[in-house]
Design a protein around this ligand. Structure first.
Ligand SMILES: Nc1ncnc2c1ncn2[C@@H]1O[C@H](COP(=O)(O)OP(=O)(O)OP(=O)(O)O)[C@@H](O)[C@H]1O
Ligand SMILES: [Mg+2]
Length: 368
């Protein structure tokens, strides 16, 4: 990847985006329901959530393609009301088709033509933008003469060539194979940092979100349920939904006891770390698989919860080993360990004691 565009970029700072009480209702369907989000200038913010949770609708309201039912979007501290082409926003969508009769270079030149950039400067910028996505040698090819990944890179160059202060991308890598996707994830992230652009990126792939983002906003049912760094969402989820959606978890649903020290889950009583969640609220205890320890039966485990379990399956994942364990009451638990890092290495069918330190559990609300 070349840094050639960096030199051209004027010294304006990237624009913050503020989404305020944004709602979009289609009859009884609340595509967006009171969405609030503060995105810093130069930040890579990912909207992550299941299908139909309102990610695209939010993006379209930022772009100006959809009129909000209520609420507003501020770009660079000003409420935007202009039509899409006047918002100085670059966009890449999953199937944001290139103009089929135009070459790669003509496609990338299009936004510059629209802005009446003089020919010589235009040619220079098109060349630089295509070099940035490693397509300098494909300038004169038509979209149908390019692979899917190359077409997406042309779309990327077209979204960036006019140096917008905000770029929106809606599942731009959705149609590509895994290897190419991983490659482009890193490339998009590098370009975004290089050009210091504010990015709002939509995906429903949690790994993609973790790899690319400064912060992630998790959507469910038209609402943002939690915003934070990937690490914060993984280590400190606030709801069962977030714990479940990001990474793998062991989840015990139930209620806290009156003093909040234990969670009753069926016939289990599990010690939990201090929490603000009330005993009247449905709660769950979340323990990540890598926090689960395996021990011989009879091991004395102070400061930990422990359950007897049978090893049902062992799955080799290269550098990791994943254990499927079953407690006598039918609860299935997952443990994952780096190969060579487990304290014991039981066989399938063995009875062991699975344990985790109390502070490695996270109490979350369980919206059911
Ligand atoms: N023009 C429309 N008319 C009616 N309902 C709509 C319209 N656009 C979106 N919706 C509904 O709003 C909800 C949110 O849709 P949206 O496209 O924002 O979801 P999404 O999170 O982008 O999902 P996906 O991951 O599948 O792309 C869905 O229930 C959808 O059916
Ligand atoms: Mg969508």
């Amino acid at each position: 990847m070349s840094n050639s565009m960096t030199n051209n970029r004027s010294s304006i700072s990237p624009a913050p985006v503020k989404i305020q009480e944004l709602a979009k209702h289609y009859g009884a369907i609340k595509a967006n329901d009171n969405v609030n989000l503060d995105i810093e200038g130069g930040e890579f913010m990912t909207l992550l959530g299941p299908s139909g949770s309102g990610k695209t609708t939010t993006l379209k309201m930022v772009a100006g393609f959809v009129e909000p039912t209520s609420g507003s979007v501020m770009i660079d501290n000003k409420v935007v009301t202009e039509p899409p082409h006047k918002r100085d926003i670059g966009m890449v969508f999953q199937n944001y088709a290139l103009f089929p009769h135009m070459t790669a270079a003509q496609n990338v030149a299009f936004p510059l033509r629209m802005r009446s950039v003089p020919t010589q400067e235009r040619d220079e910028r098109v060349k630089n933008a295509l070099a940035m996505v490693d397509l300098a040698d494909r300038m004169d090819q038509l979209p149908r003469q390019l692979s899917g990944g190359q077409q997406q890179r042309v779309a990327l160059a077209r979204a960036l060539v006019f140096e917008p202060r905000v770029v929106l991308m809606d599942e731009p890598l959705g149609a590509l194979d895994k290897k190419l996707r991983e490659n482009l994830q890193l490339q998009i992230r590098a370009i975004q940092q290089d050009l210091d652009i504010t990015m709002i990126y939509v995906t429903h792939d949690q790994e993609e979100a973790l790899v690319m983002s400064d912060r992630i906003a998790v959507f469910n049912n038209g609402k943002i349920v939690q915003v934070g760094t990937g690490e914060a969402l993984y280590e400190r989820p606030e709801t069962r939904f977030v714990a479940d959606f990001i990474g793998e978890s062991n989840i015990f649903g139930g209620r806290l006891d009156a003093d909040g020290s234990h969670l009753k889950s069926g016939d289990l009583s599990l010690a939990v770390p201090a929490t603000m969640i009330a005993s009247s609220t449905p709660a769950a205890l979340v323990v990540r698989p890598e926090r689960m320890r395996l021990n011989r039966l009879g091991t004395d485990l102070q400061g930990s919860n422990s359950l007897e379990a049978k090893v049902k399956d062992i799955i080799y994942l290269g550098s990791e080993r994943k254990y499927e364990l079953e407690h006598a009451n039918g609860t299935v638990l997952i443990a994952r360990h780096q190969v060579g890092r487990s304290n014991i290495t039981p066989e399938i069918g063995e009875n062991i004691l699975v344990s985790w330190k109390i502070e490695h559990g996270v109490v979350v609300t369980d919206e059911g």
